[in-house]
Design a binder for this molecule. Structure first.
Ligand code: GLC
Ligand code: CA
Length: 479
């Protein structure tokens, strides 16, 4: 299993590298930057959607499952990218969006039976991005179901023809050489067959939700008990290719997903923030559940550096030392913070500030484009690859060292007792000690210092300094 402790690098194609000056990142641009990903030490790239899309949700509204949007290039560009990645030993994972299509997908008119239609809104379900989950179609004057934007009508996975179409799309990409899929919004594939109302939420959900959406408990609008039927159809199509599920659920509810998929994102740990107790609990629960993968951040959520602030470097050490795959979102390896976004916003769900173009150098467009970037870069003079390349103590330097160490970290992980504000774990021969607190914490190091967040942080073998971390090789300990 190549992905067991893999670092999987998430590319948001629109914002990674433009190759033709139109201000939009593209597949040839990605190919030209594979060096960076290889030097980082990642084992795979995950490409966010590059399929034809009217961009109501920037690619997550797919208008054709087996093509490349001309903004991003051609199928030949895709083949070249896969070949170049494989030549470097990088696996390729593509995003697959099975829950809904774009409203501009031809199926929406040609195959109404592929969607969920009613003469009037059938229940009280609410869309994740706000408002009712039923939208009126002016052409038919009927209502269709959408879990996200109204431009994203939900597919009816209970229809076997839908499952068959999705299976053939998956096979199309497998035949082009991809090594796996990241499955978008996978809890939505099966809903309550009777479309019963969602009850009011009686307690807060374990993960952050938009206010309106959080008022209901989504027991009927998602995550139906027979979700396994949909997941098994996907598994059947892809054989043993890697399947990563985006299931925005508390860890205790992930069982039906981990039974069939290989990796499921650990969103509870992602959301714990620099709270050592919450981190210990959520990390322990995720390790116990098995098959979970760690998310630093992604195109939907605040960036890793912003969420951890002064504890950012310590958090890098912790997350990159955990057992299981780690997902690094482009730019997080530089410590890129959330940007200002744009006014008026491009994303109606307010996620522009997590999607600024990658900053390759300190020039005004950050080396992202020779034209006008679709979204302005986020202060490239402050934070860019070229500067950090020259500085061993940069965040990029820290990521590279951590990923190198991760290669020979042991498999058995134990969380140890440690002072408040700290997390200490032992993995094989390594001792990983992290302090999110404002004061240095007593903890005796065993073994030889292998890494420190900043030069000098690990000088005192009896403590973990404030907002810092170190890794020691316990197997070199004497006595
Ligand atoms: C997932 C994607 C997000 C998208 C949504 C609907 O959560 O990560 O970007 O908006 O699904 O497809
Ligand atoms: Ca371009």
């Amino acid at each position: 299993m190549w992905w067991r402790d893999a670092v999987i690098y998430q590319i948001y194609p629109r914002s990674f590298q433009d190759s033709n000056g139109d201000g939009i990142g593209d597949l040839p641009g990605i190919l030209s930057r594979l060096d960076h990903i290889e030097r980082l030490g990642a084992s795979a790239i995950w490409l966010s959607p590059f399929y034809p899309s009217p961009n109501a949700d920037f690619g997550y509204d797919v208008a054709g499952y087996t093509a490349v949007d001309p903004d991003y290039g051609t199928l030949e560009d895709f083949d070249r990218l896969v070949a170049a990645a494989h030549e470097r030993g990088l696996h390729v994972i593509v995003d697959f969006v099975p829950c809904h299509t774009s409203i501009e997908h031809p199926w929406f008119r040609e195959r109404p039976d592929f969607y969920v239609w009613r003469d009037a809104p059938a229940n009280n379900w609410v869309a994740r991005f706000g408002g009712p989950a039923w939208a009126r179609d002016p052409v038919t004057e009927r209502y269709y179901l959408h879990s996200f934007f109204p431009e994203q009508p939900d597919l009816n996975w209970r229809n076997p023809d839908v499952r068959a179409e999705m299976q053939s799309a998956l096979r199309f990409w497998l035949e082009r050489g991809v090594d796996g899929f990241r499955l978008d919004a996978i809890t939505r594939l099966f809903k309550d067959p009777e479309l019963r109302d969602d009850p009011a939420a009686s307690e807060p959900f374990a993960l952050p939700l938009p206010e309106e959406y959080g008022r209901l408990s989504h027991v009927n609008s998602a995550n139906a008990p027979d979700i396994g039927v949909a997941l098994r159809a996907i598994r059947e199509a892809v054989g043993d290719a890697l399947l990563i599920g985006e299931a925005y659920l508390p860890t205790v509810q992930l069982r039906p997903y981990t039974e069939i998929l290989d990796v499921v994102f650990a969103f509870e740990a992602m959301n714990a923030g620099p709270d050592a107790d919450r981190l210990k609990t959520t990390v322990a629960a995720a390790i116990e559940a098995g098959k979970l993968g760690w998310v630093l951040s992604n195109h939907d959520f605040a960036r890793f550096a912003t969420r951890f602030g002064e504890n950012f470097r310590a958090a890098c050490v912790l997350f990159l030392s955990l057992p299981g795959p780690v997902f690094v979102y482009q730019g997080d390896e530089l410590g890129t913070p959330d940007g200002p976004g744009v006014d008026p916003p491009l994303d109606r769900h307010q996620r522009d500030r997590f999607r600024h173009p990658m900053q390759w150098n300190g020039s005004s467009t950050g080396g992202f484009t020779t034209g006008t970037p679709w979204l302005p870069p986020n202060e490239p003079q402050q934070c860019n690859v070229a500067d950090q390349e020259k500085d061993e103590d940069s965040v990029l330097g820290l990521f590279r060292r951590l990923i190198r160490l991760r290669r020979d970290i042991g498999s058995e992980t134990r969380l140890l007792d440690s002072p408040p504000g700290t997390v200490v774990l032992e993995r094989g021969g390594q001792l990983v000690a992290v302090n999110f607190g404002n004061a240095s914490a007593p903890f005796a190091r065993r073994g030889e210092l292998a890494l420190e967040t900043r030069r000098g942080d690990g000088a005192d073998p009896e403590t973990i300094p404030a907002h810092a971390a170190w890794i020691a090789r316990a197997d070199h300990a004497r006595g």
